[in-house]
Design a protein around this ligand. Structure first.
Ligand code: DX5
Ligand code: ZN
Length: 217
């Protein structure tokens, strides 16, 4: 299985509905929303009202990536806005088991995110409870960055960990995913590919989405 999840971070927000539609025509499977608060990461982007707007534009699963401090304070708001997946950063959550349970109570699939230098052993004791593991392949905060090369080893480690722990999480990557990096990532074991600039900065959004999809089908 290979899921293409365009990140609206790089979309033209004056035309969000049309931009999402163009990715759907190219075979997009999920829509990824990068929420940033200017504290956890050095950038401010979108909140629940934009997730709600994206929800109205698509029937695809909406995958909300919370790059924010104190995500526990906002779980209800993003669930009400229409999130299907909510992922929180392990670096930011003290009571992670409680947070994951709360996301599920709200009817969403639950995921954890690890920054590029966060060891994967941080997720060993939550692995069996999560639906999604997001491995950041850039330092979070901005689109258009370069894929961090040791991510391939980390993806392979996450696959081994999933087998060892008899867990079921999907493995997602986010950052620097493009036609040069997606094939090796798929080979390493990625299930879900977030791509922002590779899709929305392309001349033809539909064709760019389809090209990524074809490279990993
Ligand atoms: C990082 C963001 C980006 C975005 C994808 O904070 O999460 O990784 O989703 O950006 P691109 O695909 O342009 O690297
Ligand atoms: Zn993201």
């Amino acid at each position: 299985m290979a899921i293409i999840a365009p990140s609206i971070l790089s979309a033209d927000f004056s035309n969000l509905s049309q931009q999402i539609r163009l990715t759907e025509m190219g075979g997009a499977d999920w829509i990824h929303c990068d929420v940033m608060d200017g504290h956890f990461v050095p950038n401010i982007t979108i909140g629940p009202i934009i997730v709600k707007a994206a929800r109205k534009c698509t029937k695809l699963p909406v995958d909300v990536h919370l790059m924010i401090e104190k995500p526990d304070n906002f779980l209800e708001a993003f669930a009400e806005a229409g999130a299907n997946y909510i992922t929180v950063h392990v670096e930011e959550v003290v009571h992670l088991n409680r947070t994951i349970s709360r996301i599920k109570e709200l009817g969403c699939k639950a995921g954890v995110v690890v920054n590029p230098a966060t060891p994967l052993d941080r997720i060993v004791d939550i692995a069996e409870y999560i639906d999604l593991l997001l491995i950041m392949t850039v330092n979070p905060g901005f689109g258009g960055q370069k894929f961090i090369p040791n991510s391939i080893r980390r993806i392979e480690e996450a696959v081994k960990l999933r087998t060892k722990l008899k867990a079921n999480y999907l493995i997602e990557i986010d950052g620097g995913v493009n036609k040069e990096t997606i094939v090796a990532s798929k080979k390493a074991g990625v299930d879900v590919f977030v791509a922002g600039s590779a899709i929305f900065d392309a001349d033809n959004i539909t064709a760019a989405t389809a090209e990524l999809k074809n490279l990993v089908k």
